[in-house]
Ligand binder design. Structure first.
Ligand code: PYC
Length: 313
């Protein structure tokens, strides 16, 4: 019998999130990290079926909604994309909260969500905006030089915001939609160079996101970015975890303090408002944005379909 998977799609600043509400494989009842390990080991084709073509496309981020390990929390979630799994996802968390509101499972107020990298809380505001209180974010290394094929030495910061980022100030190409191909090629080469030179996050973690920053184009915003995601798609939103990494760098540079807002705009012209709370010297970013639900549908997984499990590169 073909299997049906209930999904709800939304976008946050243009970046899509597909929340799997039911029809997913049983991952057991361990911690979210334990369930991620089961997902990765035994059910990876399901990830591909949900986000890859012919049902999805490279920019699609999936969010598997799970019962929380701790009943005091509202939900657990595992984020995934066209090539694998994400520790955290800022735009995706905003999409999950908008989806829970669409399903009338939550009202305005605080939502506590378990992710593989820790507990994240989010505030659903009465006007539908969402503020995500992210995991601790920090800069690991400042002004790291890497030799990039065809471009020479490039300098950037290595920082964590729930995923690992290399943050580069400036770009040889304007951060706009006319230059997406060149920006993708440049940032992909930076990522390859980081891997080639053994430049990693903490404990050897791969740096799988690259972020370029340039001057803002919208009134009231502080900077525009281009973010390359692990599977070579670019983030249509300003990237919640990428903005968290940026906020941690700004705090480390003495350029942002508690109570101040940093408006980060994306390459498509959407924006997040970022701020920080600092506890015991540690930086905890807050990302405020809006998601719009734009589809509520059933995926059909039919084993007789040769592309049932997605087109995988
Ligand atoms: O918003 O954190 C984010 C994100 C990560 C990858 C795509 N979006």
């Amino acid at each position: 019998m073909p299997r049906e998977v209930h999904v709800i799609d939304s976008h946050t600043g243009g970046e899509p999130t597909r929340v799997v509400v039911s029809g997913a494989p049983d991952l057991g009842s361990g911690s979210i990290s334990d369930r991620l390990a089961v997902f990765r080991r035994l059910h990876d084709p399901f990830r591909s079926a949900v986000v890859n073509e012919p049902r999805g496309y490279d920019a699609m981020v999936g969010a598997l909604l799970l019962p929380p390990a701790d009943p005091a929390h509202h939900a657990g979630v595992i984020f995934f994309n066209n090539v694998g799994y994400l520790g955290m996802c800022g735009h995706g968390t905003i999409g999950v909260v908008a989806t829970l509101a669409h399903l009338q499972r939550i009202q305005p107020g605080t939502v506590r969500i378990e992710t593989p990298v820790g507990l994240v809380s989010a505030e659903l505001h009465p006007n539908g905006e969402v503020t995500v209180a992210n995991v601790e974010s920090y800069r690991l290394a400042h002004n790291v030089e890497v030799e990039v094929e065809g471009f020479g030495p490039v300098h950037g910061d290595v920082a964590y915001g729930g995923n690992w980022f290399f943050l580069v100030a400036g770009s040889p190409f304007p951060l706009d939609l006319l230059h997406l191909e060149a920006l993708t090629d440049y940032t992909w080469k930076i990522r390859q160079a980081l891997a080639r030179h053994g430049i990693t996050g903490a404990n050897g973690a791969e740096i799988d996101h690259v972020e370029l920053f340039g001057p803002p184009q919208l009134p009231g915003s502080h900077s525009r970015n281009f973010v390359l995601c692990p599977g070579k798609a670019y983030d249509r939103s300003p990237c919640g975890t990428g903005t968290s990494a940026k906020l941690a760098c700004l705090v480390a540079d003495g350029k942002l303090a508690e109570g101040q807002t940093w408006r980060q705009e994306s390459v498509v012209g959407s924006f997040f408002d970022g701020s920080v709370s600092i506890r015991d010297g540690k930086v905890y970013p807050r990302i405020r944005g809006t998601a719009f639900v734009n589809a509520d549908s059933r995926l059909i997984l039919n084993d007789a379909d040769p592309f049932c499990w997605g087109i995988r590169s």
